[in-house]
Write a protein that binds this ligand. Sequence first.
Ligand code: PAN
Ligand code: ZN
Length: 186
Amino acid sequence: MNDLLIQPFQLAWATGALSHGPLIRKTTLLGDLSAIFTDGDATQLFPDRPAYAVDMFDTPGGEGELYVGVTHLYPGKVGNEYFMTRGHFHQRREQGEVYFGLQGEGQLLMQNQQGQAWTEPVFAGSVHIIPGYTAHRLINTGSQTLSALAVWPSTAGHDYTSLPHGFALRVIEEAGKVRIMAVKHG
Ligand code: PAN
Ligand code: ZN
């Protein structure tokens, strides 16, 4: 076999489009996210509107293996709160992840197990090292799609239930500006 004919997986850095590999796409609708927004009821006005899509290469999992995926988080707000991903700890808490900003602008919100939360701006070319034991969520504060590449251990798993009070910071629009605010009880 001629190795030169084998195409590697490909990522279009400017858009986050993945190609040349078996792909899985998971779309999350606004209607699935009522629990995470302050004005959760407002998500039910447009329950079928896609909030974000995650494309990932359908590669084998297992101990020591990595998954590669791109999140496309669409622009929008629920009330004054920007569209965001559900956010999670990894089931295997010690396992970290790396995010790379590709297009758009937003924030990566992180929170440790002691409840301390912080954000990093996400933009084309930004690199984010998410430590182990740290929950993470993307927020789109711009008017374009926010796309970020992620690489994480395939055994990490996603735990969506261990932030019963949510994250301790919220990202809202106030007087036309992005504001990151602390919330009581997270
Ligand atoms: C990402 C996230 C993706 C969607 O691939 O899974 O951004 O966010 P939620 O999983 O919180 O809905 C990742 O962090 N993987 O581990
Ligand atoms: Zn993750």
